[in-house]
Design a protein around this ligand. Structure first.
Ligand SMILES: [Fe+2]
Ligand SMILES: [Fe+2]
Length: 293
């Protein structure tokens, strides 16, 4: 019977591998950006990212998908066209990865300029990302709806005949990828540090904003109390001095006092708004500094 709830373990494995591949692509893109900007980039790391695609993605990840695609194509004629195009992309990607690996090796020897590496590398990344997107968004869900639990069991047995361990994200890290691994670890640590710092920057800004609002509130309350005191004092004085015309004179005076009070409170609100926008500007500056550090 077809299991419509739990995700088949092979699909879960492929998706986990995509997460790793996405990290490799991200690192490759960062290295190419450094190269394009003329910054000193680590050519070992760039080489190892492409080498990972050649030695892991093209040798183990894509064949694992091809195994599943082959079964899906047998069961569903419509899916057959899509998986056929993905399988052809696997072949093309393997060729492109090898060519890129060679190009980077030539560049490291000084035979090719960095612009050619940047262009070829970015094109490769775009292609890989688009390929993974179409697998995740279009093809995997349809395969899940077509294959039965029995199909998955058989495929898992076939898959186990070709055991392989990821040389970067697996339990044992291949020495060939040590620079890449170190860079990934450093990147992950930096992301955590940045998010903690960003959190603190946000918290500090909130506390400062609360202080601004609190003190504005206090000033407004003081102004209000002073205005009321003035209005009351004036009214009593007017009543004592001219009891017959006190009512209209008190009203006129109160209007004047209220006008002054409104002006003072508006000034406090204006100052508070300026302070809040300054705090927000400062927070944005701090976040930009963190992002560009
Ligand atoms: Fe694929
Ligand atoms: Fe894939």
């Amino acid at each position: 019977m077809k299991d419509t709830h739990a995700r088949p373990p092979l699909i879960a494995t492929l998706l986990a591998e995509h997460v790793h591949l996405a990290r490799i692509m991200e690192l490759m893109a960062a290295q190419l950006d450094e190269l394009a900007n003329g910054a000193a980039s680590d050519s070992h790391v760039l080489y190892e990212t492409v080498s990972y695609m050649v030695n892991w993605a093209d040798r183990y990840h894509h064949p694992r998908e091809d195994l599943i695609y082959g079964r899906a194509a047998e069961l569903d004629g419509q899916l057959a066209d899509d998986v056929d195009s993905l399988q052809r992309q696997h072949d093309a990607m393997a060729g492109k990865a090898q060519a890129l690996q060679q190009l980077i090796a030539d560049w490291r020897r000084g035979g090719v300029d960095s612009e050619a590496v940047v262009n070829a590398g970015r094109a490769y990344i775009d292609h890989s990302r688009a390929h993974m997107r179409s697998e995740e968004e279009l093809v995997f869900p349809r395969i899940e709806s077509v294959l039965t639990a029995a199909d998955w069991r058989e495929l898992e047995l076939d898959d186990r005949l070709r055991p392989a361990s990821d040389p970067v994200f697996g339990p044992r890290i291949d020495r060939e990828f040590r620079n890449l691994r170190r860079k990934l670890r450093r990147g992950a640590r930096r992301r955590i540090e940045e998010s903690v710092l960003a959190e603190w920057t946000g918290l500090e800004a909130i506390l400062e904003s609360l202080e601004v609002l609190g003190s504005a509130n206090h000033s407004a309350a003081q102004e209000t109390a002073a205005a009321l005191r003035t209005a009351l004092g004036d009214s009593l004085r007017i009543l004592r001095e001219t009891p017959l015309t006190a009512a209209p004179r008190c009203a006129i005076n109160n209007t004047r006092v209220a006008g002054r009070w409104l002006g003072a409170v508006a000034g406090i609100a204006r100052d508070a708004a300026e302070d809040l926008s300054r705090i927000s500007r400062e927070r944005r500056r701090q976040l930009n500094r963190l992002n560009s550090a």
